[in-house]
Design a protein around this ligand. Sequence first.
Ligand SMILES: NC(=O)c1ccc[n+]([C@@H]2O[C@H](COP(=O)([O-])OP(=O)(O)OC[C@H]3O[C@@H](n4cnc5c(N)ncnc54)[C@H](OP(=O)(O)O)[C@@H]3O)[C@@H](O)[C@H]2O)c1
Length: 176
Amino acid sequence: MYGAWRALEEAYTEGKIRAIGVSNFDSKQLMDLCAFAGIKPMLNQVETHVFWQERPEHEVMVRLGVQHMAWGPFAEGANGFFTNPLLSAIGAKYDKSVGQIALRFLMDEGVIVIPKSSKPARMAENIDVFDFELTESDREQIRTLDTGTSLILDHHNLATVQFLLDRIKGQIDAGR
Ligand SMILES: NC(=O)c1ccc[n+]([C@@H]2O[C@H](COP(=O)([O-])OP(=O)(O)OC[C@H]3O[C@@H](n4cnc5c(N)ncnc54)[C@H](OP(=O)(O)O)[C@@H]3O)[C@@H](O)[C@H]2O)c1
């Protein structure tokens, strides 16, 4: 990991890339990297959505000056995301969709969002979130949706680590 990071620092210093960051780092890994790196990661991309808001991890990222970026900001549709009653009710007040409310909430909380869609109409919808404002009361209610656990892929669960290592090993064995 340190070797890979040094290579990224070098490419950044040489102006070959504009920004360097990490993904799926927990607080301990991030603190460790920040303590010993020449250039701190500019962002950390982690699973973040209304059902797993990553608040403790967010605080550490803020303290370290590392931008929090959400992957899976729609929870990839899990847990009935797109029909969530609270998000629907808040959306009705502003004539916005569940997805738009969730994106606006995360951005208000200081999180960069990278929703994925393969459909142009949905891409347009997902970017149309700058013409309304949530109230503090809206945000307080949305904070209660946090379950504190992953809904997609917890990279710090030992079974996940084994699954990923097996995949990497499979790719190495296949010569890729
Ligand atoms: N760093 C990592 O470990 C990691 C892991 C996973 C993902 N990511 C990245 O994170 C980004 C987003 O995450 P994700 O794709 O996993 O999940 P996501 O953005 O939470 O959800 C994507 C799903 O939502 C649907 N969708 C998008 N906009 C919609 C809308 N307005 N209304 C209804 N459905 C909508 C998409 O379907 P359609 O495409 O059919 O619209 C797709 O099924 C991607 O760029 C991905 O590469 C990173």
